[in-house]
Design a protein around this ligand. Structure first.
Ligand code: MG
Length: 412
């Protein structure tokens, strides 16, 4: 199979980077980092269903060795990475002879650099190194780790300029936007409309949300996800982070990005063009579609994930987000507009606040308070072009500040 031939209707979709795909005689090599998590296992599902297209050459996980060994025995990658170095020797003992084992945060980055396409399904800020390793090696990055492009924006933007490097979003909304944007030129775009399910607390007032607990926050109506992103979805911080992600990915200004609540999660996002036309992407909620899109682009998979059955699609509702009950949305806009390292502060403060909520140390409504109080202390540090160390320092500073606010709130 030869990749990069425009078989579809959109020949303009094949760019200069596609020269890499025009290598006859073999599937595209894929590294899946965060392979034992929700995105990682679904990525392996997609790959297993298309063995003539994709081949797993590297797997990496933080510390789920049992699951990692089972995956390695099934997919037979040449490289297996484990984030926790203490687990490396146990892992090596259980893998087929000849498998290279790499360990630590560097090991995950090494694994990322081995393939033509890197799926980054790492959870949280620690995914930054994998993102940078993939882009600086000139790979296609199938990015599910939105934190890295948000918090690491100044350095990720630079790494994206590496020849061959490209980012394909593995986030249902951004995958939808990527598809919708193919309907026009960048100068024809009037607005990006990100849809939000509204989460489990849609329709509740600020007062009604004061006492909600962890189990309620984790009960997402349409998507099954990890605990961190489920809580982010309940506060609308996930949507706020996605606004920043959209700004970074597509270079659209914050005044031209809107959020629309759409409880059915069938319309995954929309692009409004200058002539008034709105182009939307619809499918049932299934992350394997965005994963497959990112792996196969500019081609499309032959396997249909989440195809819409019109006979069962009774109605599609749209409403304005409640910005008073869900203040995290505007906090994200504020950090995005401030720019530079403010999104790194937002992300770090949110990670600290969500962890404190999941541990039962603060109330759900205090998550936004912790983020707001932390952002109040943000000042752009001096200096010009940002480095990874600047991002790491911003992350550490914001975590320290947010930790103090959490202790104040917990004691109150
Ligand atoms: Mg999303």
């Amino acid at each position: 199979m030869i990749f990069g031939q425009a078989r579809g209707m959109d020949p303009s979709a094949t760019g200069p980077a596609d020269a890499r795909w025009a290598v006859p005689g073999g599937p595209v090599s894929v590294a899946v980092v965060g392979s034992t998590g929700s995105i990682g296992t679904q990525a392996l599902d997609v790959i297993a269903a298309a063995p003539d297209r994709f081949r797993v050459v590297a797997l990496g996980a933080h510390r789920s060795v049992d699951a990692l060994v089972a995956q390695a025995l099934r997919f037979r990658p040449g490289v297996v990475a484990v984030g926790d170095p203490a687990l490396a020797s146990d892992l090596a003992r259980r893998l087929p002879a000849g498998t290279e084992v790499v360990a630590g945060a560097d090991g995950l980055a090494v694994a990322a650099a081995t393939a033509e396409v890197v799926v980054n399904g790492v959870v949280g800020f620690s995914g930054l190194r994998v993102t940078l390793a993939a882009l600086e090696s000139g790979r296609r990055l199938a990015l599910a780790n939105k934190e890295s492009i948000i918090a690491g924006a100044p350095v990720v933007a630079r790494a994206r300029r590496t020849p061959g490097a490209e980012v394909l979003p593995v986030d249902s909304e951004h995958c939808a936007l990527h598809q919708c944007l193919r309907a026009g030129r960048p100068s024809d775009v009037a607005r990006l409309l990100l849809t939000a399910s509204g989460g489990p607390f849609r329709g509740r007032s600020r007062e009604e949300l004061a006492g909600v607990g962890v189990a309620e926050a984790l009960a997402h109506p349409t998507w099954t996800m990890g605990p961190k992103i489920s809580v982010d979805s309940s506060t609308l911080m996930n949507k706020g982070l996605e606004v920043i992600e959209a700004h970074e990915l597509f270079g659209v200004g914050y005044d031209a990005i809107d959020v629309v609540v759409h409880p059915q999660s069938v319309v995954h996002s929309m692009v409004e063009f200058t002539d008034g036309a709105v182009v939307a992407q619809l499918s049932r909620p299934d992350m394997r579609l965005p994963i497959g899109y990112a792996l196969a682009y500019p081609e499309r998979l032959e396997v249909a994930y989440g195809a819409v059955d019109w006979r069962q699609l009774a109605r599609l509702d749209f409403e304005e987000p409640d910005r008073t009950a869900f203040p995290c949305l505007d906090l994200a806009f504020r950090a995005g507009r401030t720019g530079d390292l403010a999104p790194a502060w937002l992300n770090a403060a949110n990670e600290v606040a969500v962890a404190a909520f999941l541990d039962g140390r603060i109330a759900w409504s205090a998550i936004a308070e912790v983020v707001a109080a932390t952002l109040d202390d943000y000042d752009a540090p001096p200096g010009g072009e940002r480095t990874v160390d600047d991002v790491l320092a911003a992350d550490a500073d914001a975590r320290r500040r947010a930790g103090t606010v959490v202790r104040e709130r917990a004691a109150a």
